[in-house]
Design a protein around this ligand. Structure first.
Ligand code: NDP
Length: 234
């Protein structure tokens, strides 16, 4: 059994991934930038809570220090993410782009760098980065894929960066399993969920592929981009 930290786990996909891992007997930290929402989710699920805002270096450092003091970390699920949308497209201006990249990309690097010393002490070090088909060259050019018909100037490129971070971290730290995941279009606050938009499937369903990757263990793949039916082409 492992100890797992999930960022942005107070709701949506992160919370449902926590629910699955807890049901499998793992210890799970609900990372949440808002203490009240995070504590409520942790209490509901029977998880631990840690305050963690991925855009704040001090918050990330304090969260990982507290997890280290409590016994360490085996698995990190980098799930926190945002998308700023005006209608179907992202807002395209400096502050919006910086905000999305700060959360989705730089935030991920902050958490990985703070977690690596703990992960290296684990016998089962695994990192799952929640990416998106909207960041895939292949999926955005493949007419059968929803990603090919969904314009996104900011969010998609931020997820392309997430996927390439995964590849590069996997090469740089082969002792840790790094994989990216496309969870599927999911009815969450970020994913839409309105009756006239693409409602997506329930977060409890999409969380299964994230939880599966979190549980790959030492024999699992490294540096890949996965979805439900196996590996997604680039
Ligand atoms: P939600 O909006 O439901 O959840 C996003 C989570 O990220 C929330 O807990 C939110 O916290 C948290 N978060 C945002 N900013 C920060 C921050 N600075 N620090 C810490 N936590 C933060 O969306 P999803 O569950 O859909 O998204 C989860 C991941 O899945 C994201 O990375 C998203 O890009 C990805 N994804 C989602 C898809 C979908 O269709 N839904 C498809 C492909 C990928 P708070 O409640 O405080 O805002």
């Amino acid at each position: 059994m492992t100890t797992t930290l999930i960022t942005g786990a107070n709701k949506g996909l992160g919370k449902e991934t926590a629910r699955l891992l807890l049901a499998h007997g793992h210890t799970v930290y609900i990372g949440s930038r808002d203490a009240e929402r995070g504590r409520a989710a942790a209490e509901e699920l029977g998880a631990r809570f840690v305050q963690l805002d991925v855009t704040d270096d001090a918050s990330v450092a304090a969260a990982l220090e507290s997890i280290a003091a409590d016994g360490g970390l085996d698995v990190l699920v980098n799930n926190a993410g945002i998308a700023i949308r005006h209608g179907l497209d992202d807002a395209v201006d400096g502050p919006s782009v910086l905000s999305v990249f700060d959360t989705n990309v730089v935030g991920m690097v902050r958490v990985i760098e703070a977690a690596l010393p703990l992960l290296r002490r684990s016998a089962n070090p695994v990192v799952v980065n929640v990416s998106s088909a909207l960041g895939s060259f292949w999926a955005t050019h493949e007419p059968s894929r929803p990603a090919s018909g969904f314009p996104t100037i900011v969010y998609g490129p931020s997820k392309a960066a997430v996927s390439m971070l995964t590849v590069q971290y996997a090469k740089r730290h082969p002792e840790v399993k790094f994989n990216a995941v496309e969870p599927g279009i999911t009815a969450t606050d970020l994913g839409g969920g309105g009756p006239d938009s693409h409602p997506g499937r329930p977060a409890s369903e999409s969380a299964k592929v994230v939880a599966r990757l979190a549980e790959i263990g030492t024999d699992g793949p490294n540096g890949t981009f996965q979805e439900d039916d196996g590996e997604l082409g680039w």
